[in-house]
Design a protein around this ligand. Structure first.
Ligand code: UD1
Length: 367
């Protein structure tokens, strides 16, 4: 009898928003016989608070390879991932490379795999902000162009890909895998975890996150946003876990560190942050993932950007795109406090996306 060797899947993660997307997929694939999973961490993020703590809390296996690329300009970071990941692919000879989301590591790994003729599966395919000033939009377009399996979180993703001429045979609507992770960890989320660190009461505070270069790298925009935050903080405490990029800019622009009513913290781990967001009255953010988490949690969300690549969070969920002008943010906040609409959970944000993805990948590899 001929021995069939195990098929190898190489998963690539690198930055904070990647870990919660890969965890349910790795777990679901453990149940598939005839598969060998290799986890590669590019090290795009490297601080304990931005990376290490997520591996532990999300029960991710220790990465089989750590590429240690660290920070740099877009070209430097992308090139470093490409150089190191090419060597991994040559050594591991994967049957499939799985990439998630839209960070530089996602695009860099996809370019390497495509040139080595290794099939690519892209989880969270099809999202578009139609704003090419966002580095993530470039990463999304390139990755989707190269991928053989495009696993979309919502139907708008399918529509975008079809409009770009991508073959329907490659596109699979699987739902939102990040919501699998959220649902799994929600029972562990409680304000008691934050006691002594973040003095707030259930539903009586706002959460703020900011890290987009377009919001924090330009002094005028950042100042305008913080003016609005001051007005929000006059009504309820605002908890602001500060991303490293944002901390540098606060310092560089001479803003803060004290803002009345604003509680600044270090970046929080996954369960601490979920504890914070799930008990908040309102969330103000420029993150993509947090717009989705707010929708799943049913918490009003104001997106401090001019657009979103996640329109389903607006049409179905709790999200409103308010821009970055001070008056618009404050107006959006007042409206959020008055809002009574009941959000609908988008299709297939049901906690089983990881299993559906595993099914698609297993069929592709015939295992
Ligand atoms: C990256 C992603 C973005 C994602 C975000 C989540 C790209 C193009 N951007 O942006 O899509 O939403 O991660 O956080 O891939 N730094 C640290 N410690 C770390 C990591 C970064 O101090 O562990 C500092 C460095 O000074 C670095 C800066 O933060 O220069 C920005 O990090 P970088 O990975 O370049 O981009 P992010 O803004 O985090």
């Amino acid at each position: 009898m001929a021995l069939i060797s195990a098929r190898t899947i190489v998963h690539v993660v690198g930055a904070r928003p990647n870990y919660m997307k890969i965890a349910p997929v790795v777990e679901a694939l453990r149940l598939v016989a005839g598969l060998r999973q290799v986890l590669v961490n590019t090290g795009q993020h490297y601080d304990e608070a931005m990376a290490g703590s997520f591996f532990r809390e999300l029960d991710l296996p220790r990465p089989d390879c750590d590429l240690g690329v660290g920070s740099g300009t877009h070209a430097v970071q992308t090139a470093k991932v490409m150089m190191a990941f090419e060597a991994v692919c040559v050594a591991e000879r994967p049957d499939l490379v799985v990439v998630v989301g839209d960070v530089n590591s996602t695009m860099a790994a996809s370019l390497v795999a495509a040139k080595l003729l290794i099939p690519i599966a892209h989880i969270e395919a099809g999202l578009r902000s139609f704003d090419r000033t966002m580095p993530e939009e470039i990463n999304r377009i390139v990755t989707d162009r190269l991928a053989d399996l495009l696993l979309t979180p919502s139907r708008d993703g399918n529509d975008n890909l079809l409009a770009e001429g991508i073959s329907p045979a490659k596109i699979h609507l699987v739902g939102n895998v990040m919501i699998d992770t959220l649902r799994r960890h929600l029972p562990m989320a409680s304000l008691a975890r934050l006691e002594g660190r973040v003095p707030v009461e259930d539903k009586r505070y706002a959460v703020l996150t900011l890290h987009r270069p377009s919001n924090v790298d330009r002094r005028e925009t950042f100042v305008d946003i913080m003016q609005a935050v001051r007005q929000v903080a006059a009504q309820m405490p605002v908890v602001f876990p500060v991303h490293p990029r944002t901390r540098s800019r606060l310092h560089e622009f001479g803003l803060g560190p004290d803002f009345d009513g604003v509680i600044l913290t270090e970046p929080l781990g996954y369960i601490d942050f979920l504890s914070l967001t799930s008990h908040a009255r309102v969330i103000l953010t420029d993150s993509g993932g947090l717009q989705e988490e707010a929708t799943a949690l049913g918490i009003p969300c104001l997106t401090l950007r001019e657009n979103t690549e996640r329109p389903v969070t607006v049409t179905h969920g709790t999200n409103r795109v308010v821009g970055t002008r001070s008056a618009d943010i404050v107006g959006g906040f007042e409206q959020a406090l008055r809002s009574t609409g009941v959000p609908r959970m988008p299709e297939l944000w049901d906690g089983h996306a990881g299993e559906r993805i595993a099914g698609v990948l297993a069929r592709f590899l015939s295992v």
